[in-house]
Design a protein around this ligand. Structure first.
Ligand code: IPE
Ligand code: IPE
Ligand code: MG
Length: 254
């Protein structure tokens, strides 16, 4: 039996059973602010500290891929003031973190309809992505203007065009082909999906990629989420048995 000790820091985790890819739905900034009679923007500002902490944690314990849901295709429907503030915050984050990412060997990437982002955000994003492109310790993937359905529609359009021009035959279409035509083509599927704030839904995040991810929902609001709880969740992940539809590994195979 594996031990049930609760990890208090990354050193308590089993390095052989760490997820390769952690995906997070960063939710609850607005409620965090409301509870403190602050405005929602201040909640997002505080949420940026948690982003920093999660990047640091993954880098420290050696998780190679971290995807953060920062802005969904549906989030464009929020009041303009909030959307503008989120975009400004993103620019600030990119400017502030650039050197730290570089110093720590972290590569920044983005998934989603980034062409919908304001030019200023796109430029800041492109700049940091280009500067960190050769880093390979951790890939920090920001889902920006991202929607899982839009991603699948994009793949389907590509497929229709490739088929119409004879570049692809029906028999060639399999899981791998589909996977190669999503934003995440060079990223392993998430092993674990964590959502903060108590909502138990996926909200259009990585629909194809989470087919066999382990889910973890916590009531903690994103700005209150921190390394200690993250390590506890990873400890729980390490106790789970992932079967991928097969019989459990301890079963008699004779
Ligand atoms: C998550 O916090 C951040 C984004 C979606 C950009 P919310 O802004 O959704 O916070 P709540 O869910 O209203 O508390
Ligand atoms: C999901 O949170 C999107 C992000 C975290 C960026 P939302 O707050 O937008 O999701 P719903 O509206 O609660 O489903
Ligand atoms: Mg929310």
């Amino acid at each position: 039996m594996s031990s049930k000790r609760i990890p208090r820091d990354g050193d308590d985790l089993d390095p052989g059973r760490l997820p390769r890819h952690v995906a997070m739905i960063m939710d609850g900034n607005g409620r965090w602010a409301k509870k403190r009679l602050l405005n929602r923007i201040q909640g997002h500002e505080k949420g940026a500290d948690t982003v920093r902490a999660m990047v640091e944690a993954c880098r420290e314990i050696g998780i190679p891929f971290l995807t953060l849901y920062a802005f969904s295709t549906e989030n464009w429907q929020r009041p303009k003031r909030e959307v503008d503030a989120l975009m400004a915050l993103l620019i600030k984050f990119l400017e502030n973190e650039r050197d730290e990412l570089q110093k720590n060997g972290i590569r920044l990437a983005a998934i989603g309809e980034v062409e919908r982002l304001p030019g200023k955000v796109r430029r800041a994003l492109d700049e940091v992505m280009a500067a960190t492109a050769a880093n390979d310790k951790l890939r920090l993937i920001l889902a920006l203007s991202y929607g899982g359905r839009a991603e699948i529609v994009r793949m389907a359009r590509f497929l229709a065009e490739a088929a119409a021009t004879g570049k692809v035959q029906a028999e060639e279409i399999d899981h791998d082909w589909v996977g190669r035509h999503l934003y995440t083509s060079d990223v392993p599927d998430p092993d674990i999906l964590i959502r903060t704030s108590g909502e138990m839904r996926v909200s259009n995040f990585l629909l194809w990629q989470i087919a066999y991810a382990e889910f973890h929902f916590t009531p903690t609001l994103w700005p209150d989420f921190g390394k200690e709880e993250f390590y506890r969740i990873l400890g729980d992940y390490q106790q789970r048995e992932r079967r991928f539809g097969k019989v459990d590994t301890g079963a008699d195979t004779a």
